[in-house]
Design a protein around this ligand. Structure first.
Ligand code: NAD
Length: 487
């Protein structure tokens, strides 16, 4: 791998300080747009996890745990302000590390700032109840922190998903150990510095970089970790659940998806195509919510495919630093080859490749892990390309005749994260939204993730709901206290 001359060295973040890993080992982080190393990062292991968890446990008893809610909220508001101030630096860092277009990274820095602000406000609006129980006293519930939380995040939206977890966890008074994915550790380390600058006490947030099978597993089985919040692949989530079971940790999981995009023949086709192209190809298709199965009614199937393919051909794929770029490279050559393998598999299974799927082998794009967005038509639900999460820019198009058939196809995968449906018939929109088994659904648009609203999956797509006030439930315990009036 080509290494640039002055490669930045990044350390772990434990108890408010940068520290090298106990083993002294490091790993390289690469810019997927050109394959060059951009940083050398400390590779944590069990001993580092131990130090981080102990630091978090001390902060839970000490400086962070002892702050009152108003003081906590002030720190979170200040973190939001500092993230805004560092927006451009964060966006550049994230683009160089993930390959996503700069405009997308800027949006994600904004979401991160908004998220800290939202949960700063939530601190004072999340409280217990009084319950009419018993006859001689008062029954109340209290919301208390869970304790040390391990937050394990993936590489597709590293900064945004870290913020989705950090902000509510801290708002509820917990302390955390954040474990970023090995491909993308840089924004998490920067966020830790920003949080410290904003006044978050030492130990309240620790960041341990390193392999999931070592760092993630050590966190998932550590007895002092009381809660795991994980986003990533379904099979990793299953492994974490097993490890966490021995010490009865609270576990919330945001996992994979194979989301349906149901298009009825009365839909606004122009609007639908324009939004649908980005709903599957944005972030180079590396999106758990990617609408990767278009389920299209017979009568408009050909028109949909023709318009979709034409729009796909117009997408600007290229250097993520170029403001005109809409789609950047995939996270790694390995992931790109994995996706190219799926495109080939689709053809072997009998699908038609209507556009894309090729890997640039010459010119500027050949240096990065690019693949051209692909559309597979004439797909059947039994195909592996339709059942499995490809996690790349590949759309599978299926055909249906009746509403019941559309619902059956939509529900015919093990996943249930998100989905969209397009129709101008209100009755049908209501019936189909009730019948589709997903945690989030959008009607006549492709956006279903809002900071203020619950987000999470049915079936093998996850357990629990992030975002909105629901996330506060994930990061707190309920204590019920009955006060007798006789004393
Ligand atoms: P991944 O499961 O490989 O890794 C996610 C995180 O878990 C990383 O930090 C990784 O180092 C760590 N990890 C890996 N093995 C581990 C183990 N044995 N124990 C503990 N931790 C371990 O996922 P990924 O490839 O980084 O991300 C892509 C996946 O994430 C896709 O399946 C995608 O659908 C999913 N995802 C889901 C959501 C959602 O909200 N539902 C959002 C984004 C991504």
């Amino acid at each position: 791998m080509p290494i640039t001359a002055a490669l930045p060295q990044e350390n772990l973040w434990i108890e408010g300080r940068r520290s090298p890993s106990a083993s002294g080992k490091t790993f390289f982080v690469v810019n997927p747009a050109d394959g060059k190393a951009i940083a050398q990062v400390a590779e944590g292991a069990a001993q580092d996890v131990e130090a981080a968890v102990q630091a978090a446990a001390r902060a839970a008893q000490g400086p962070w745990g002892s702050m009152n809610p108003r003081q906590r909220a002030r720190v979170l508001f200040e973190i939001a302000r500092c993230v805004r101030e560092a927006r451009e630096e964060l966006a550049l860092l994230e683009t160089r590390n993930t390959g996503k277009p700069l405009a997308d990274s800027r949006d994600e820095a904004d979401v991160a700032a908004n998220c800290f602000e939202y949960y700063a406000g939530a601190v004072s609006k999340f409280f217990g109840e009084t319950i009419p129980a018993g006859s001689n006293g008062l029954d109340v519930t209290l919301r208390e922190p869970v304790g040390v939380c391990a937050l394990i995040v993936p590489w597709n939206f590293p900064m945004m998903i870290a913020a989705w977890k950090l902000a509510p966890a801290l708002a509820c008074g917990n302390t955390v150990v954040l474990k970023p994915a090995s491909y993308t550790p840089l924004s998490a380390l920067k966020l830790a510095e920003i949080c410290a600058q904003a006044g978050l006490p030492e130990g309240a947030l620790n960041v341990i970089t390193g392999p999931g099978a070592v760092v993630g597993e050590a966190l998932s089985s550590h007895p002092l970790v009381r809660k795991i919040s994980f986003t990533g692949e379904t099979k990793t989530g299953a492994r974490i659940s097993k490890l966490a079971a021995d010490t009865i940790k609270r576990v919330s999981l945001e996992l994979g998806g194979k989301s349906p995009n149901i298009v009825f023949d009365d839909a606004n086709l122009d609007l639908c195509v324009e939004k649908s192209v980005f709903s599957v190809f944005s972030n180079a298709g590396q999106d758990c919510c990617a609408r990767s199965r278009a389920i299209v009614q017979d009568k408009i199937y050909d028109r949909f495919v023709e318009a979709f393919v034409a729009r796909t051909r117009k997408l600007v794929i290229g250097d993520p630093m170029d403001p005109k770029t809409q789609i950047g490279p995939m996270i790694s050559a390995k992931q790109r080859d994995h996706v190219a393998g799926y495109v080939e598999l689709g053809r072997e299974e009998g699908a038609d490749l209507a556009v894309g799927g090729d890997v640039p082998r010459s010119g500027a794009l050949a240096k990065g892990s690019f693949i051209m967005p692909a559309v597979l038509t004439q797909c059947r639900s039994s195909m592996r390309v339709v059942q499995e999460e490809i996690f790349g820019p590949v759309l599978c198009v299926l055909r249906f005749k009746t509403e019941d058939e559309a619902i059956a196809l939509a529900n015919d995968t093990p996943y249930g994260l998100s989905g969209s449906l397009w129709t101008r018939d209100l009755g049908r929109a209501l019936r189909v939204s009730r019948a589709v088994q997903t945690g989030v659904l959008s009607v006549n648009t492709s956006t279903s993730v809002y900071l203020e609203a619950p987000f999470g999956g049915y079936k093998t797509s996850g357990v629990g709901r992030e975002l909105g006030m629901k996330a506060m439930e994930l990061y707190s315990e309920i204590k019920n206290v009955f006060f007798s009036q006789e004393c």
